[in-house]
Design a protein around this ligand. Structure first.
Ligand code: HEC
Length: 195
């Protein structure tokens, strides 16, 4: 051990470990002052004066804005159902096919031939055969029969796309079709799109 003692050396020691009383780096000290001052301002502004929204209130406000955008979109969709017609845009149909393959095919069959869900390719419909009927059935579901309502999990344009896609399945005669069960034929004034 050196006899000339470092003037910064403090006079305690633990297991041979000693401490030098160095000055803290200036940047560190400034950071400390600034964050302390910021904390005081923050506390006065948000907690003492209650002038700004705390995180929960801010979140609630953003959620309310989001909800109003969503309900406006849903209202627009609901009011457009009656006048909607199936899209023939290949991009929309491809999107609908993708949605169908992942969300609908487990019940309706990959080709729409019907498994638990009904056959979507024949002329027999339980809930009406028009495009609007399909939109309504997909939107509201038939929960008591096992057809879920999709209004909360699919966006309006996804419902339009999947309904447009299943419209293209009509008359495709896939193998192993599910036979009609108590289903009605389309009203005679409803022309088949394949005639
Ligand atoms: C969990 C199984 C299940 C899933 C998933 C499902 N469906 Fe259904 N769907 C059914 C059942 C069961 C029926 C028949 C309801 C009845 O008997 O009243 C049905 C009926 C329908 C009908 C009316 C058919 C008719 O004869 O009137 C349409 C249209 C339809 N589904 C479209 C879809 C679309 C599009 C999807 C995917 C977004 C989908 N379904 C997903 C089970 C399902």
């Amino acid at each position: 051990m050196n006899d000339s003692k470092d003037p910064l050396l403090l006079d305690h020691e633990v297991d041979g470990i000693k401490e030098l009383d160095n000055n803290l780096p200036r940047w560190w000290v400034w950071l400390f002052y600034i964050t302390t001052a910021y904390a005081v301002v923050y506390m006065v502004y948000y907690h003492a004066m209650g002038a700004g929204d705390l995180m929960v209130a801010e979140y609630d406000k953003e959620m309310a804005v989001g909800e109003s955008i969503k309900s406006a979109a849903i209202a627009r969709f609901e009011s457009s159902i009656d006048s909607a017609s199936p899209s023939t845009d290949p991009v929309v149909i491809a999107r609908g096919q993708q949605i169908f393959a992942t969300t609908c095919a487990p019940c309706h069959g990959v080709q729409g031939q019907g498994i638990v869900g009904s056959n979507l390719t024949d002329d027999y419909w339980i809930h009406g055969s028009t495009f609007q009927d399909s939109l309504r059935t997909i939107y509201n579901g038939v929960p008591e029969k096992g057809m879920i309502s999709w209004k909360d999990s699919l966006k309006p344009d996804q419902i339009l796309a999947s309904a447009s896609y299943i419209y293209t399945l009509r008359g495709t005669n896939p193998p192993n079709p599910k036979p009609p069960e108590n289903q009605q034929q389309p009203a005679s004034d409803e022309p088949s799109p394949f005639e």
